[in-house]
Write a protein that binds this ligand. Sequence first.
Ligand SMILES: [Zn+2]
Ligand SMILES: [Zn+2]
Length: 406
Amino acid sequence: MATMLLVLGGGLLFVVILVYTLFCGDAPQHEGGVLPKVQNCVMAFIDPLASETVRRWVKWIAGEWCCTKMEAAEDYCCFQRNLFMPGVYVVFVSGAYYCYYVAILVAYVPGERSDGIPFAYGLVMWALLLISVALWITCLRTDPGIVSVKNSAEHQVYPFDGVIYIPKECSTCKLMRPPRAKHCRTCNLCIARFDHHCPWINTCVGAHNIRWFISFLVFHVLLTGYGGWLACWALVHEVARAQLWQARYLKDGAAVPVDYEYIARWLLVYHGQAVIGAAVMWLIAIVLGCFAGYHLWNALCNETTNETYKWKKQKWKAKQCTEEDIELLLRQRQEVIDENPKELAAGWSISQQQPGEANAAVLTHNVYNRGLLSNMREIFFPLQLPLVQAARTVESEKRSKKKKKN
Ligand SMILES: [Zn+2]
Ligand SMILES: [Zn+2]
């Protein structure tokens, strides 16, 4: 029993450390430490062509032509908009559900057995699956918040904070990028409140589809978690049906009552498929749970994935700054805030620079974080400019363009 718990605990810890290393291994606070090296090794395993050594080996074994083709295929599949990853999702989900259906739902439904999985439990599984797939399709088909020359004024819903966002033109789209927007290299478009590009939904996650993306993650965690729980539920009932807890077995010539270790072995031998089904479901639920938790936390703090990197860099930079550097940065920040249209900045509590030591804190303060409730409301009901204000912004943009031309 102790060995089993140790293995389970060790496995869980390994998965959590792996996920953290993958996403946060390159954070500035880990610079020079062991985590960036581990992240490199993991990345070389996940994406072999990213490693120079593996690339050299492929060239040596299969030739230059083969290596180039492999790189082109990798570029097409991972760094261009295409239906490869959504296809993988369809194959993965339908394959996994078919295996699960055969191994657990069909094998343990009531019929010959009066204590099998109740029909309603199977229905819940179907409902969760349908909602999860429907959310995935919604993510796939919703406009994430594409910013174009025509609609850029409508996306000016945030003020520039003067720290991680300063007025800037997108060199590709040739438009003044609204605060919190970013140009996605894969989609070749500017996206409002850019979070990240997700190959699984073949589009970016931005202001208008983050609610669907978070719901998609949460429902997949529920689906896999429920699947894992259902499989365990069926296994517990199988143990009870076989009256194993009352049984005894021969150990060193003596009849001893069964223990957890014996039951685990018994389940593996007689219900191996269901044990594997449960383990796979739990593993996916944990990995997706970490991912969903990360996005929910970001939503609560009103930070995008893109901004978490920016803030990490900014905090690191603020620590290295001398007092003169901080003074200069604060002055630049104030200039940007003063240039913000007054009506846009209204309602936003942009903290003013304080005398003394608090100054450095102003440079690392996320002005978009307006409290848990407001932040969550913003995720599910994306900010929109009131029509009058939008018209005024379009007018002022036109005026400034005319001025520039003159
Ligand atoms: Zn752009
Ligand atoms: Zn994109």
